[in-house]
Design a protein around this ligand. Structure first.
Ligand SMILES: NC(=O)c1ccc[n+]([C@@H]2O[C@H](COP(=O)([O-])OP(=O)(O)OC[C@H]3O[C@@H](n4cnc5c(N)ncnc54)[C@H](OP(=O)(O)O)[C@@H]3O)[C@@H](O)[C@H]2O)c1
Length: 333
């Protein structure tokens, strides 16, 4: 009896309760059902969402939970990736009430096995290694919907991406370049600006300096056609100022909290469109994957940790030292 039970255990990362650090434990394997496929996880990747859940700052919290939305995994012998946005529904404009993101409330990918709806499983791009394939899902689909589906970029337009060290932001930069946009970025660190320039950005400023907005205005006096922002907060008002007449701004995150001091005249007189954007539909994910395959896009990998060292990976994300995706290696097989 005991031996049989042991057979069904797996290694996983569990967040046991609010504020508790991630712990590496043995838990029962997910139970197969008609609606779900059980995948064997090879690699998985962190998103800021996993940190928010650990800190108890996310809607619909539930503990204990196995976090994780992204993975490169195997379905039998097929190498696959996951669209972590599940049950979007039929309306491309907005997700259904049933919509969920893998890793809360359903157990996620920081484990040897994970259950995923069959519709959310896609062939892994062949040009990506296991770490790269794990890194594309959540950040990639969020970036694709925010920039492409919401803002509908036109070749030659000027794009501003805030906080370029972030996982989503880096995909926005890559997708923007693939669409032939002239891309500018902001960051907290000069070395991150330099890396973005090496990837093809036309310029960047440090948002940590008080004159960042003036610096951008000096370089791009006509303003930006498109701005993609995951920070919000008080600095969002400056993004509204930096948008050119007829400009579009997509907001996918709110790390900086409430937006304040926005001058309404700058929105209505300049005919600015502000788009909220969350994750993406199956069409968004398929569109993103097609672009990754066509342009042979590769995600920027900051670092790779073993699953048992997940706490160190969380600390890396908390430090904000990262440039790109933080990956966890679950299995060496
Ligand atoms: N709605 C959705 O579907 C969705 C999907 C994914 C993420 N999000 C949200 O989007 C945010 C970013 O997620 P992520 O996974 O990309 O995070 P991440 O990889 O941890 O990156 C966070 C980035 O925020 C940037 N940042 C910090 N302070 C900033 C400021 N004052 N101004 C501009 N940027 C600043 C930093 O950029 P530098 O390193 O360059 O300084 C940092 O790298 C989070 O709030 C997350 O919850 C939402």
């Amino acid at each position: 009896m005991g031996a049989l039970f042991y057979f069904y255990l797996m290694k996983a990362i569990v967040l046991p309760e609010k504020y508790a650090r991630p712990s590496y434990v043995e838990v029962p394997q997910p139970v197969k059902s008609d609606e779900m496929e059980t995948l064997s996880v090879k690699t998985c990747a962190l998103n800021h969402r996993d940190l928010w859940i650990m800190k108890g700052q996310y809607a619909g919290l539930k503990y204990p939970i196995i976090p994780g939305s992204d993975a490169c995994a195997y379905r039998g012998s097929e190498r696959v990736v996951i669209n972590p946005g599940m049950f979007w529904g039929v309306d491309e404009r907005v997700q259904d009430k049933q919509f969920q993101i893998l890793g809360l409330p359903m157990d996620g990918t920081f484990a040897e096995r994970v259950n995923v709806p069959a519709d959310n499983i896609y062939p892994a791009p062949e040009h990506l290694d296991d770490a790269e394939a794990a890194a594309i899902g959540l950040a990639g689909v969020t970036a694709f919907r925010a920039l492409v589906s919401r803002c509908m970029p036109v070749q030659g337009e000027r794009l501003l991406v805030t906080g370029i060290g972030g996982g989503v932001a880096l995909f926005v930069l890559q997708i923007g370049l693939a669409f032939g946009l002239e891309v500018y970025v902001t960051s907290s660190r000069p070395e991150k600006l330099n890396k973005a320039l090496a990837m093809g950005a036309s310029g960047g400023v440090l948002y940590s300096t008080p004159e960042w907005e003036t610096n951008l205005k000096e370089r791009c006096s006509e303003g930006f056609d498109i701005i993609v922002d995951g920070y919000a907060g008080a600095s969002f008002a400056k993004l509204v100022q930096l948008a050119r007449p007829g400009g579009r701004i997509a907001v996918y995150g709110g790390t900086g909290g409430k937006m304040s001091d926005i001058v309404p005249q700058q929105i209505f007189w300049k005919q600015i469109s502000i788009y909220g954007s969350t994750m993406g539909s199956q069409d968004d994910f398929a569109g993103f994957l097609a672009l990754v395959n066509e342009k042979k896009l590769k995600p920027v990998i900051d670092s790779v940790y073993r699953l048992q060292n997940t706490d160190a990976a969380f600390q890396r994300m908390e430090s904000q030292d990262q440039f790109g995706k933080i990956v966890l290696r679950v299995s060496d097989i």
